[in-house]
Design a protein around this ligand. Sequence first.
Ligand code: UDP
Length: 235
Amino acid sequence: MQYKRILLKLSGEALMGKRQYGIDPDRLAEYAEEIKQVLDKGVEVAIVIGGGNIFRGVAGASRGMDRVQGDHMGMLATVINGLALQSALEEAGIQTRLQSAVKINEVAEPFIRRRAIRHLEKGRVVIFGGGTGNPYFTTDSAAVLRAIEIHADVILKGTRVDGIYTSDPEKDSKAVKFDFISFEDVLQKGLKVMDTTAFTLSQENELPIIVFDMNKQGNLLKVVEGENIGTTVNL
Ligand code: UDP
């Protein structure tokens, strides 16, 4: 295995599957199977889950809602997704713990770094909900932050496209995919991998990011085995 401890970032939208909103149980079950494959190889798996399938703070703010209020709703949305993912993983026979950055003790453990690491060492999947616990941040920032804190080897950003392109491949047929790209080049070319806060935090801490298509069976395992099927962002 190329990586021993991974931080998998899944967007909330990924959980929608073919739906327009909410959570698709079939998609969750598929993800659970993908995650099981890498766990069975002895890889430690932490997950940060987004909330965009339920609520985004900026969307609320654009309709007159107080931004902080909206962000609180967004953070709670990530906890809902975390619970759904936890349930799907448990159904697949995987031991999990959900840790939340916002205190919601009856529902999830509080985020405690050492405890999270201990869970990982015991082979449990740790899902980090509640983002960073602060408004004005994203779950991409939470993913980078948690990855650094738990000393993950890499961030795997599972998306519906198979990597980073010169332009949006869903809009531009001439778009070309990068196999590897440096942090510097991403910034210079103005490519969108994560929001700037998340991206520069990763750069400063020399934490590589791999963007790959999470919706193809077996892809997660391939990435963890070191096969370059997506785009790797490194120094
Ligand atoms: N959010 C926040 N602080 C964080 C992480 C998330 O306030 O540290 C809120 C924010 O409103 C965001 C929402 O939670 O829009 C959902 O997260 P995100 O948009 O990152 O989810 P994704 O796009 O990955 O589904």
